[in-house]
Design a protein around this ligand. Structure first.
Ligand code: B12
Ligand code: SF4
Length: 551
């Protein structure tokens, strides 16, 4: 590849696609596809109890932290903010990061760059580049498939093998629940740490795995537990955190690295908490004690049907595993696919009930979706089963099938998906309640554990349980009287158990804070019914910055 002639003086703008997102528009925004993790695909049926928050665009933050050129990251811009930035500064390179659903916005942003900043080289990166023939609709100079740090360093004439610097990333922002916005206090939210991209398991539908090389491949930013420990220690200091959102598709699969990290944590007395993604077969490589000592407090795990043939589930009773994890204070976020090949209108309710019977803390449901770039997409295309004329903006797994299923129609697919969310909510109650149950189990089991680091972590987590969460339990108990009396009763018993454990603090929190949260939740439900949506704020962050020559 030919490097940019300005080398380290190249002025770079890295932008995510423009908002607003949670609305229907001609650029591909969809109200059903907000820029929110939980409300988009996990707790969206949970009304005011839905967990709402935003996550920054970590890919471009990673690239910015790893180049020496003057660089600005413009995250969640409006079209106006993007236009303003293009004209206010003379950018040599404009990099745009996007996933497939937002391809219409990328097309518009390329058009804007050509008009407002004609001297700029346009570089497109992220999952959008997996669309076959994406070069045609996009007026760009470079389409970068896969890992982008190495590509950008080479393009800017830098050493691509230099060690990876980790940016300071606060995992979530503007958190809302029960109609209350939680203040963004330094240290209150976990830091995101990104050890690798990709996953070697290579499940046929998985876009992250295929994007970074597919089966057997992945890209490690940090090879060893020692390196990871150093990065985390640095983040602990700069962001004042003790918990980490570990953004690695299958963190526990790399056992040697995880165990080395644990050794370092023990040696330095770190009581860190880790939220991780891991497949069932990877979790089974550890004893519960190892997981708990490693600080694993939250696991996102695929729970596809036992009739599916994914290697990651083989030999594992996932219901038993989920129960065991929760008993050890580890919150479980299950992820289940609706519309697998063997699903039919006759068996799908049973399959949904099976998924729900895992009683996870959180449960994501997604439609089986052949996404461009994956083996599944190739297979469906070869079989002539991809539906034509489905807008790419609607291929996000929360709308309707984009392929011909053997027995389930497009319309039915959406109904079954919605049914899954609804049943999970009604049968298992709000995720916040489920999470409180797991936290109490963890506290009861580990409050006297010999390892002080473990005791300290559970003690830290239990503070919320005896205060804000006790109030939330009171509010949820009231609300569920109208939805499902048995669940309301279960919430009540949990609240009483919390009170027995923590005494008057929990009682006071519930009886003083509870009615208030009940009121804010009702107000939030009314707002949501009236169409209220939430959008992330715009960020503009510069590095290695000096005024432009001649600007
Ligand atoms: C955080 C996240 C989000 C955040 C949003 C973050 C944001 N600001 O955009 C939230 C939770 C809101 C979200 C929402 C959605 N997401 Co999302 N999300 C992720 C997640 C978990 C992590 C992304 C990440 O930071 N990875 C780590 C970084 C380092 O990797 P990266 O972003 O890929 O960046 C690297 C390269 O791609 C490349 N690169 C990226 N940008 C650029 C730019 C340039 C110029 C260059 C050169 C290179 C480059 O270099 C980077 C470093 O190697 C990924 C899964 C994953 N593990 O990646 C899914 C993922 C990206 N999301 C996905 C999807 C489908 C969605 C949703 C549609 C929800 C849904 N129904 O699933 C919505 C869309 C919302 C919307 N309106 O746009 C898919 C994308 C599939 C696809 N092929 O397009 C993924 C891959 C999950 C999956 N396996 O299905 N998501
Ligand atoms: S185990 Fe999970 S992350 Fe890995 S390929 Fe399968 S679905 Fe993707």
């Amino acid at each position: 590849m030919k490097s940019h002639p300005k080398g380290a003086r190249t002025r770079v703008l890295l932008a995510s696609v423009f908002g607003p997102y949670a609305q229907d528009d001609e650029f591909g925004s969809r109200s059903i596809n907000p820029m929110e993790l939980y409300h988009n695909q996990v707790t969206r049926a949970q009304g005011a109890f839905s967990l709402r928050m935003f996550h920054r665009s970590w890919g471009i933050m990673m690239i910015q932290a790893n180049i020496s050129s003057p660089c600005a990251v413009l995250d969640f811009p409006t079209r106006e903010a993007f236009a303003r930035e293009l004209t206010a500064n003379q950018y040599d390179v404009v990099g745009i990061s996007s996933i497939i659903v937002n391809v219409g916005k990328v097309r518009e942003m390329c058009r804007m760059v050509r008009k407002l900043s004609p001297q700029s080289t346009i570089v497109i990166g992220g999952h959008v580049t997996a669309i076959p023939g994406v070069e045609n609709p996009l007026d760009a100079d470079h389409i970068v498939k896969g890992e982008g740090i190495r590509w950008m360093r080479e393009f800017l004439g830098e050493n691509p093998d230099r060690a990876i610097q980790h940016p300071e990333i606060v995992s979530g922002l503007e958190t809302r629940i029960l109609g209350v916005r939680i203040p963004d206090r330094k240290g209150a939210t976990a830091a995101t740490v990104i050890p690798s991209v990709g996953c070697p398991m290579g499940c046929n539908f998985c876009t992250t795995s295929s994007f970074f090389g597919g089966k057997g491949k992945f890209v490690n930013f940090y090879e060893t537990g020692d390196e990871l420990f150093d990065v985390m220690s640095q983040l602990e200091k700069s962001l004042n955190v003790q918990s980490f959102f570990v953004m690695d598709e299958n963190f526990l699969l790399h056992r040697e690295r995880a165990m080395q990290l644990l050794r370092r944590m023990k040696k330095s007395g770190k009581s860190w908490g880790l939220a991780v993604f891991a497949s069932a077969n990877a979790i089974r490589k550890y004893t519960m004690d190892e997981l708990v000592e490693l600080g694993v407090s939250w696991i996102w795990m695929g729970l596809e049907s036992p009739r599916s043939s994914y290697t990651k589930l083989q030999g594992t009773d996932t219901r038993e595993l989920t129960r065991e994890l929760r008993e050890h204070g580890i919150r479980v976020q299950g992820s289940t696919i609706i519309g697998l090949e063997h699903h039919t209108p006759a068996n799908i309710r049973g399959e949904i009930d099976y998924a729900i019977s895992h009683s996870t803390d959180f449960h994501q449901f997604m439609l089986y979706t052949p996404v461009p770039g994956t083996p599944l997409y190739q297979q469906m295309s070869d079989q002539g089963r991809m539906l034509q004329n489905v807008d790419l903006a609607d291929i996000h797994g929360q709308d309707r099938f984009n392929f011909q299923h053997a027995t389930i129609s497009r319309e039915e697919s959406k109904r079954f998906l919605d049914l899954a969310f609804q049943r999970d909510y009604e049968q298992n109650g709000p995720s916040l309640y489920r999470m409180c149950r797991t936290m109490l189990q963890g506290w009861s089991r580990y409050k006297q554990f010999p390892d002080a680091r473990v005791r300290e972590r559970f003690a830290r987590e239990s503070v919320k349980l005896r205060t804000a969460y006790s109030a939330a339990l009171w509010a949820m108990e009231q609300h569920f009287r109208q939805v499902h009396r048995d669940v309301s009763q279960e919430i009540r018993s949990l609240r009483q158990e919390v009170q027995t454990e923590f005494g008057s603090t929990a009682w006071l929190a519930a009886h003083l804070g509870g009615p208030l949260l009940s009121w804010t939740a009702r107000r939030e439900d009314r707002r949501l019914q009236a169409g209220r949506t939430y959008e992330p704020p715009t960020f503009l962050e510069r590095s290695n910055w000096a005024p432009a020559e001649g600007a």
